[in-house]
Design a protein around this ligand. Structure first.
Ligand SMILES: NC(=O)c1ccc[n+]([C@@H]2O[C@H](COP(=O)([O-])OP(=O)(O)OC[C@H]3O[C@@H](n4cnc5c(N)ncnc54)[C@H](OP(=O)(O)O)[C@@H]3O)[C@@H](O)[C@H]2O)c1
Length: 447
């Protein structure tokens, strides 16, 4: 059967539905499924919070007997392997659907093509690749972790009319208006983790949570690149670390194991304290295996604190402390002076519920796979200038969101590392949206 405009309409609805649980299905993808009989939707579902049950069995259960002879629209190829749940392809067969329309085939080697073959072997008609570009965009986080063994990285920056992202020594400067800020909150809510540099953590003292009423529980894990444990103990991040996880990525030099002691290479325990080596052959947890790691948007196990070295051998670059009074900045951000000071700072951070991992913060090509092993599929880099540049130069940004606001920063401004006029090659402009007086331009890596 050829693809009809009806197919595209129902698939568009399934993709919209799939977005409802983005960032809330653990390491499983958020998949949408519609069961359509005689042009009427008789069942619909999105992957449940936490990643199970999958969308298909829920939609089939809603359709019941009406699923017999119906068409199922699924944004991702139904799974064909026995994980924590039976294969979704088996459920579609058991309910007697006549046709399955798929947007994206699953790159997971245990599924890839297997779900389609299982359905076809049972006599079900299968059409794949319907609205595939849109489907891929909705599944970008899962697909990136599966195929690149790292999270999908979005860089978001707010830039003033004169090309600045802040003002030296002034802490947080409001650049965008309330509409744009609400949109950023929505983006945070669908993202597994959010990352800033220590410069921003100290000068802005940000919370980095989701504060939209009703979405508070969807705050991402907060990550700070902080080579020498300079994150102030009085900061909002530390103060709230027991409510929303905070990971500090510190240099191996400040690890209690010390770099010369021969810490095991590339080891980063996951949230349950188990070591998950960065073996290049590592296959990240996938659909049906959500229980392998702790759901990203949740509190780490208290037993997981301790010493975790990742990517040993990366060059450490301790940063200089930021000193002086800045409006809004957290106090106590001075870098530790000696080993004892580092030890006590480390202990205080851990006692406050902060997790410290030891991995050169300025080697994102090492850090990102480590985050992927923990089930983190999407990462939002929110600055500052140097951190944004670091990820751009490493070629590890998949999407750029640039907000341009009419305000002028003027003297003392911190220049944005990127403007709409110098977007790196390889990115395609995906659209412009207005939020109040602010303009958002979105760019996506093309490969
Ligand atoms: N408008 C926005 O969207 C937005 C978003 C976030 C932050 N901001 C603003 O950005 C400003 C902070 O930016 P920032 O660039 O100073 O700080 P940052 O990117 O948050 O943190 C960078 C810090 O890490 C250190 N560092 C050393 N080597 C590095 C490397 N290879 N890559 C990255 N960082 C390295 C830097 O130390 P050295 O200084 O010693 O090099 C610097 O202290 C604040 O004013 C904040 O308000 C704006």
């Amino acid at each position: 059967m050829s693809i009809t405009p009806h197919d595209e309409r129902f698939m568009a609805a399934a993709i919209r539905l799939s977005r409802a649980h983005l960032g809330r299905t653990g390491s499983n993808p958020s998949v949408g499924c519609l069961i359509v009989k005689d042009g009427v939707i008789v069942g619909q579902a999105v992957t449940a919070l936490g990643g199970r049950p999958h969308a298909e069995p829920q939609a089939l259960a809603e359709a019941g007997e009406r699923a017999r002879g119906a068409t199922a629209y699924v944004t991702l190829e139904p799974c064909s392997h026995h994980g924590k749940t039976p294969p979704c392809a088996e459920a579609l067969i058991a309910y007697g659907v006549a046709r399955v329309v798929i947007s994206v085939t699953d790159p997971d080697p245990r599924v890839s093509g297997g779900g389609i073959s299982m359905l076809r072997d049972a006599g079900i008609e299968v059409d794949a690749g319907v609205l595939e570009a849109d489907g891929r965009r909705a599944l970008a986080a899962y697909l990136t972790r599966q195929t690149k063994n790292r999270p999908y990285v979005t860089l978001k920056l707010a830039v003033s009319a004169d090309g600045m992202i802040g003002r030296q020594g002034q802490g947080q400067v409001a650049i965008t208006g309330p509409e744009a800020r609400a949109e950023v909150q929505a983006l945070r809510a669908e993202t597994d983790a959010i990352l800033v540099g220590i410069g921003t953590a100290i000068s802005d003292d940000p919370l980095l949570t989701v504060r939209t009423p009703g979405l508070e529980a969807q705050s991402p894990i907060r990550i700070v690149l902080d080579p020498s444990l300079a994150l102030p103990l009085t900061s909002k991040l530390v103060a709230t670390a027991r409510d929303v996880p905070v990971i500090v990525v510190a240099s191996e030099d400040v690890s209690p194991l010390g770099s010369e002691e021969g810490a095991p290479p590339s080891v980063l325990p996951d949230y349950r304290g188990r070591a998950t080596g960065l073996d290049p052959s590592f296959v990240p947890p996938t659909r049906g295996e959500i229980g392998k790691g702790h759901p990203p948007n949740s509190q780490p196990d208290s037993s997981s604190s301790g010493t975790k070295n990742v990517g040993q051998g990366a060059i450490s670059q301790p940063i200089s402390p930021l000193v002086g009074e800045m409006p809004g900045r957290a106090e106590g951000g001075n870098a530790p002076a000696d080993a004892n000071d580092i030890g006590s700072r480390r202990a205080a951070l851990e006692a406050a519920g902060v997790e410290i991992v030891y991995c050169n913060p300025y080697h994102p090509e090492v850090l990102l796979p480590a985050l992927a092993t923990r089930g983190i599929s999407s990462l939002l880099v929110e600055g500052g200038a140097k951190t944004a540049k670091l990820f751009l130069e490493a070629g590890l940004v998949d999407r750029i969101q640039l907000y341009q606001a009419p305000i002028v920063i003027g003297e003392g401004g911190i220049e944005s590392p990127i403007q709409t006029t110098d977007i790196p090659s390889g990115f395609a402009h995906r659209g412009t949206h207005m939020f109040g007086a602010d303009r958002l331009d979105e760019y996506e890596r093309e490969n």
